[in-house]
Structure formats: structure tokens, C-alpha cells
Write a protein that binds this ligand. Structure first.
Ligand code: UDP
Length: 235
């Protein structure tokens, strides 16, 4: 195995599937199956889950909402998704813990770094909820932050495309896929794979980001085993 401790970033949008809103049980179940397989191989898996399938802070604020309130709603949305993923994983027999950056003691544990590490060492899948706990951030930045905190070997960004392209491959037939990109190139080219705060954090701390089709069966395992699929973002 090339990577022992991984951080998977799953966006809320991915969870919505084709319906565009809410949670699609098939997508959730498929993702949980992949995580279960990794867990059984002894790989320590942490997941940062987004909330865009329910609420996005910016979307609320463009309609006149107070941005901070709207971001709080977004963070709560990530907790809903985290609980859904926890339920799906536990029904498949995987032990999990949801750790929230906003205290919700009746529902889940609060995020404490040492506790997160301990859960991972014990073979539990850790799901980070409520983002960083602060407005004006995203769950991409949360992924970069938590990956650094728990000393993860890699951030895997769950997408439905097979890597990063120079332009949108759905619109442009001549789009070219990158096998490898430098963090600075992602920033300079304005590639919208993760927001710039997340990329900068990874760049400063030299943590690999891998973008690949996470929803193709067995792909996450392939990357963990060292196969070079998708696009690597490195120093
Ligand atoms: N959010 C926030 N602080 C954080 C993480 C998330 O305020 O540290 C809010 C923000 O409003 C964001 C929403 O939660 O729009 C959902 O997260 P995100 O947009 O990153 O979800 P994804 O795009 O991954 O579905």
C-alpha cells in the first residue's frame, strides 16, 4: 500500500447524484462500499463531507441573507450528510465516528484532534462534519486543514471526472487531461478543482491531492495501492 492514512473529500453535490438536490441512496451506498473495502484492508480513512446538495452559504447571501447565518446553515447541512454516510456505513458493518467542528453533543462527538487520531488507529472511519466551524470557509479548506492535522498521506477529491483538464471536458471535446500539476499551476491557471485557500494550505504543507473518478468501482483502492490514475497535484 502506498498510502496508509487517507482523507477523502466528498462534496454534497456528488451525494445529490442526478437529482441535483438532497441525498441519493445509491450514490451514498456506492461510496460507503468503497470506504468499507478500504477499511477492511486496514487503511485508515477519514472523510470530509460537503453540504452543497442542501445549502451553500454564498447562494443564500446572494439572495440577501446574512452571509454568516447562511454559512452556519451550510455547515449544518454537512452534518446531515455526515449522519447519512455514518448510517450507510454502519449498516454495512463499518465502525464510524462523526466529529463535528460545531458542538452537537446529543448527535455526535465534537472534533478533537487527538480523539480523531485515536479513532483512526482503532480502525474506525472518521467523518468530519460542520466544516472548519467558521463561516467564509469551505469544506475543501476543511479537507486541507484536517488532512494536515491528522497527518494524512493524501487528499482524494471525490469527483465524477477522471482528472483535471485544461478546460471543461463536457463542453470542449479537445480538452486535455493533466497527469500531474503543481499547486502553483492550479492557482495561476485558476483551475476550479478546490478553492485557492485549500490549494495554498496543501502547497505550504506539501500534501498530495489526487483528483480522479472516485465513483468508478475500485478506483480509490487502485490509488491507495500506488496506481497512477487521475491527476496528481504536487509540489
Ligand atoms: N461552510 C462554512 N465553513 C466551513 C465549511 C463549510 O461556512 O468551514 C459552509 C459554506 O456555506 C458552504 C457550505 O457550508 O457553502 C457547504 O460546504 P461546501 O460548499 O464546501 O460543500 P460542497 O461544495 O463540498 O458540497
Amino acid at each position: 500500500m502506498k498510502y496508509k492514512r487517507i482523507l477523502l473529500k466528498l462534496s454534497g453535490e456528488a451525494l445529490a447524484g442526478d437529482q441535483g438536490y438532497g441525498i441519493t441512496p445509491e450514490v451514498l451506498g456506492q461510496f460507503a462500499d468503497e470506504v468499507k473495502e478500504l477499511n477492511e484492508l486496514g487503511i485508515e480513512v477519514a472523510v470530509v463531507i460537503g453540504g452543497g446538495n442542501i445549502h451553500r452559504g454564498v447562494a443564500g447571501s446572494t439572495k440577501g441573507m446574512d452571509r454568516t447565518t447562511s454559512d452556519h446553515m451550510g455547515m449544518l447541512a454537512t452534518v446531515i450528510n455526515a449522519l447519512a454516510l455514518q448510517d450507510s456505513l454502519e449498516r454495512k458493518g463499518v465502525y464510524t465516528r462523526v466529529l463535528s467542528a460545531i458542538k452537537m453533543q446529543e448527535i455526535c462527538e465534537s472534533y478533537i484532534r487527538r480523539r480523531a487520531m485515536r479513532h483512526l488507529e482503532k480502525g474506525r472511519v472518521v467523518i468530519f462534519a460542520a466544516g472548519t466551524g467558521n463561516p467564509y470557509f469551505t469544506t475543501d479548506t476543511t479537507a486541507a486543514l484536517r488532512a494536515n492535522e491528522i497527518d494524512a498521506d493524501i487528499i482524494m477529491k471525490a469527483t465524477k471526472v477522471d482528472g483535471i483538464y485544461d478546460k471543461d471536458p463536457v463542453v470542449h471535446k479537445d480538452a486535455v487531461k493533466f497527469d500531474e500539476l503543481k499547486y502553483i499551476d492550479v492557482l495561476n491557471r485558476g483551475i476550479k478543482v478546490m478553492d485557492s485557500a485549500a490549494i495554498s494550505l496543501c502547497m505550504d504543507n506539501n500534501i498530495e491531492i489526487r483528483v480522479f473518478n472516485t465513483f468508478e468501482k475500485g478506483n480509490i483502492k487502485r490509488v491507495v495501492m500506488g496506481e497512477d490514475i487521475g491527476t496528481k497535484v504536487v509540489k
